[in-house]
Ligand binder design. Structure first.
Ligand SMILES: [Mg+2]
Length: 433
């Protein structure tokens, strides 16, 4: 039973914590299935590199995140070490966010692969919290091809510890499948919390754990048995009180929905400065294409395109242009980017080019979404190389599918090319600002 004076049912089981399983490594395996079943490490490959993500096959060898890469390689010399492709991780993360937000707008991302959800307003449409947790896990598997663990509890602390408890674990050098979803009911919460080491509580680092250890406190249960006054004397007023509350199951932190992104961008620093305008335009269009892909993954369109250019002498300038209509295509952004680049003072080479788009609008708020898919009219993707057509069609299909998924099968009709004022030419007047 829970603390005296509170009934177990006081707070509903409305907090979910979803955490992807070895996210970066799993995305790499998805992109190159020949990696499946092998120890895969993503992280810094330099002398001071650390492990950012390790597959379970690597964890069997005792490898953990944040371990120096040199030590990880020594533990498992056959590990496949990859430098990481953050664009791919961000894209998978954006798709994850879309899935989470289809359940509730109350989503608080903690990192690329982890988020809290408050599902208190979602029960009528989506069922009980455990139903939602299991369905999320299946949807993430079906749509991203990736596994995750979901914890369900009355508070953020319990939900987070529950998702951890739902993960696969290593036992006697082998991977043991996790439950996938762990639900901690109100009446089980106390026992569940108390079994954890104090380090499991937010705010307890090695130093605090050490201090508590010398006081004979190693588990959350030990901590809950210490009076608030003693904890305040030991750890100071704010930590003492905060930890006493958490150990007693009081966690008043709410799920705070993140404000939607204000801009989406991609910057590239070149290994050597680029002077050739043709090469610069090509690289800038590549950056514009990445930004467009991320906009579509996130389900947003943008109105303002900004180019950032850093010259050899580190002088940095930005130029912006606002489109007549919102867009999310590589061609629409790329055309503006090239015009803006051409308007820059010429001379020195460039060491960095960045493309940012802002004035974002959720695709859902734009009724004629399907028209925008063809809005750039050029029919040419950047760096047009024969794959452009296929890529473009993939984009259209992906977008169509995403719209159907979110708004129902009838939300978007057959992809007939609808007539707009002009059927060719970029979306909106394009030119230097
Ligand atoms: Mg994770």
């Amino acid at each position: 039973m829970s603390a005296p004076g509170r009934r177990p049912g006081d707070l509903p089981l409305d907090v979910l914590h979803l955490d992807m399983d070895c996210f970066f490594a799993a995305v790499e395996v998805l992109r190159d299935p020949s990696l499946a079943g092998h120890p895969v490490l993503v992280g810094g490959t330099g002398p001071r590199g650390v492990v950012a993500s390790a597959s379970y096959e690597a964890r069997v060898h005792g490898i953990r995140s944040a371990m120096p890469m040199s030590r990880a390689r020594a533990l498992c010399p056959s590990a496949i070490v990859l430098p990481g492709r953050f664009d791919a991780y961000r894209e998978a993360s954006a798709r994850l966010q879309v899935i989470l937000r289809s359940v509730t707008p109350l989503v608080e991302p903690v990192s690329l692969d982890e988020a809290y959800l408050d599902v208190s307003g979602a029960h009528r449409l989506s069922g009980t919290s455990p139903d939602i947790a299991w369905r999320l896990r299946r949807t993430v598997r079906a749509e991203l091809g990736l596994d995750c663990a979901v914890g369900v509890g009355r508070t953020k602390l319990v939900a987070k510890l529950a998702s951890k408890a739902a993960k696969p674990r290593i036992e006697h050098g082998a991977v043991v499948a996790g439950a996938g979803v762990v639900v901690v009911a109100a009446e089980e919460e106390r026992e569940f919390l108390h079994a954890h080491p104090v380090r499991a509580l937010p705010g307890v680092g090695p130093r605090t754990a050490d201090r508590l250890g010398r006081f004979g406190v190693s588990s959350v249960g030990d901590l809950a048995a210490v009076s608030r006054d003693s904890l305040v004397r030991l750890l100071g007023s704010s930590s003492g009180r905060a930890l006493h509350d958490l150990a007693s199951g009081r966690d008043e932190r709410c799920v705070v929905a993140e404000r939607p992104a204000r801009s989406i961008g991609h910057e590239e620093t070149f290994p050597t400065d680029i002077r050739d305008p043709v090469e610069l335009a090509r690289r800038a269009r590549e950056a514009a294409a990445r930004v467009a892909t991320r906009c579509r993954s996130a389900g947003v369109l943008a109105r303002t395109v900004t180019v950032k250019a850093r010259f050899s002498d580190f002088t940095t300038v930005t130029r912006s242009h606002t489109l007549a209509a919102h867009a999310d295509t590589a061609a629409a952004f790329g055309d503006v980017v090239c015009d803006l680049l051409a308007s820059l003072p010429s001379g020195g080479g460039l060491r960095l080019v960045g493309v940012h788009v802002s004035g974002l609008l959720a695709a859902a708020e734009l009724p004629a979404r399907q028209l925008e898919l063809f809005a750039d009219g050029s029919g040419q993707a950047p760096g047009s190389d024969g794959h452009a057509h296929r890529d473009r069609r993939d984009d259209v299909e992906a977008a169509t599918e995403a719209i159907r998924r979110r708004y129902g099968e009838t939300a978007i009709g057959p992809l007939a090319r609808a007539s707009r004022g002009t059927s060719s030419g970029p979306a909106g007047p394009v030119g230097p600002a």
